[in-house]
Design a protein around this ligand. Sequence first.
Ligand code: ZN
Ligand code: ZN
Length: 215
Amino acid sequence: MPDHIKHHLTDDLLMSYSAGNLPEAFGLVVAAHVSMCDECRARLGAFDTLGGSVIETCPGVEMDRGSLDATLSKIAKAPPIALGAAPAPGVLPAPVRDYVGGDLEAVRWRPVGLGVKQSILRTSKAATVRLLYIPAGAAVPDHGHHGTELTLVLQGAFSDECDRFAAGDIEIANEEVDHTPVADIGADCICLAATDAPLKFKGLLPRLAQPFLRI
Ligand code: ZN
Ligand code: ZN
């Protein structure tokens, strides 16, 4: 487990996650960070408790027939949360392994160019989440964002115009951020990245390839 996490989730993200309001792709990045980070796990626990007490103190309302069944089936279908789960060895956090069907050896990578590889995970269509493999010293092409991009480092580290991000760190980018993430020289970097809108690439080649790569 990384013990020097510097970049954390915002309270907005943790609250939305606790309330079940995030698209599945973002929820997975939040769950993965929370499984690696004691600090955010504690804050999420506080929001969960708060949410529960709000429900308890609300005055009772007449409920439809079937709403209990609907709620129970929603709970049954919710993705498992790794709260307090014992850390298992491997690179991928438990919530990500559930999607991949194993650790790194089970990931089906597709080349994106310049040695960078990706694997898109299957989630609801509201947002997209992918694993990214950036070889040591390589760069993801310079790009901006139409929406929100959440990037969680799982192995190695990268630096961009904003800061350096190492294992466990999360970078939150939006319309105002243009960046070129470059992996550290020492180790290949593996990230989990969720986006709710296509990226804006500066170079012509990435722009041409974009529709095929679903970036
Ligand atoms: Zn954190
Ligand atoms: Zn980006």
